[in-house]
Design a protein around this ligand. Structure first.
Ligand code: ZN
Length: 320
């Protein structure tokens, strides 16, 4: 269950609806900026609570690892500058109970943290990798959460393996478990992914939308790599998009964005998978994706088939 308000690029007026505890500047705390550099970008961290030097060091290390995780997509951080604001929630039963991204003229990510958790708990938490992955794509409007949430949900897993904070087997297990939760919700709500995404917040179809979107991006990643013999992938598509088109001020419709990604990869994979997956009441066929990667799924077990050529090679490319 996604516990986070994983909101991406909201129009400014929506910010006012966010929980006051998350965004209120405490009168007696003067936020202090700490600058961290990652390949191609700067992360300015603001502690919006009183923290000891040791706590600051721990949280800065976590944010360094999480921002570096996102550079494993195409070798650099997607944006030149992002502000990160940290708010304390010492009653939380996990290290990072909440996160969100703003893109209104500048990039900003807010996290609530329980700083009492050790560094290892922060490093193994997926929230920061998820939120930073939202910096890769532009805002696509309300009602199309499947796209941004699906991308971030896919990348929060694959990129953490590339970075080294998650092992490969655990990643496939997390993807399988997520796809199953999404499929279960889709069977209950009997909606297409497109429909579930339209009214996600009012109906609570988060599993269907997040994991249906992630299954779309897994299918796209596999097909791009296959039909271009490894020349194109999600990595190259988003890198090209960053170079030509990424901006904190632009909003794209999903359809226009998908056409652009097709054009940049000189394929029609993004639009074909869109037509195949968004308007069917069947959850995207992740079993087929796993099969193409040589991953055998039975009721409770998941086995990676031995290195037998192209399937294992595809697997390795995804987590290289
Ligand atoms: Zn999100």
């Amino acid at each position: 269950m996604c516990k986070k308000a994983c909101l991406s690029l909201l129009p400014f007026f929506i910010y006012l609806l966010l929980p006051a505890t998350a965004i209120a500047e405490k009168d007696n705390i003067k936020s202090e900026k700490h600058i961290t550099y990652v390949s191609g970008g700067e992360v300015d961290v603001y502690f919006e609570f009183q923290a000891s030097p040791q706590t600051k060091q721990k949280l800065l290390k976590w944010l360094k690892v999480s921002s570096e995780t996102v550079t494993t997509l195409y070798g650099q951080f997607p944006v030149k500058l992002v502000e990160v604001h940290l708010y304390d929630l010492p009653t939380a039963n996990e290290p990072v109970p909440w996160g969100e991204v703003w893109k209104n003229g500048k990039y900003r990510v807010n996290f609530q943290v329980n700083a009492n958790f050790p560094l290892a708990s922060f490093i193994s938490d997926w929230t920061a990798s998820h939120e930073f992955s939202h910096l890769i794509h532009p805002y696509t409007g309300t009602g199309s959460a499947w796209f941004g949430e699906g991308l971030a949900t896919y990348l929060q897993n694959t990129l953490r393996v590339r970075q080294g904070s998650l092992n490969e087997m655990d990643m496939w297990r997390k993807l399988l478990d997520g796809f199953r939760r999404g499929e279960h919700q889709a069977q209950q709500n009997r909606l297409t992914l497109f429909q579930a995404s339209k009214n996600m917040r009012s109906t609570g179809n988060y599993q269907h939308v997040y994991w249906g979107g992630a299954a779309y991006f897994l299918a796209v990643d596999i097909r791009l790599r296959e039909i271009t013999k490894g020349r194109e992938s999600l990595d190259t598509a988003w890198h090209k998009f960053q170079q030509c088109c990424l901006s904190e001020n632009n909003s794209w419709s999903v359809e226009t964005l998908i056409s652009k990604l097709d054009q940049l990869t000189e394929t029609s994979v993004f639009s074909e998978e869109y037509k195949n997956n968004l308007f069917s009441k069947n959850f995207p066929d992740y079993y087929n994706s796993f099969k193409q990667l040589g991953i055998k799924v039975s009721s409770n077990a998941l086995t990676l088939e031995a290195n037998n050529g192209s399937m294992s090679q595809l697997r390795r490319q995804i987590i290289k």
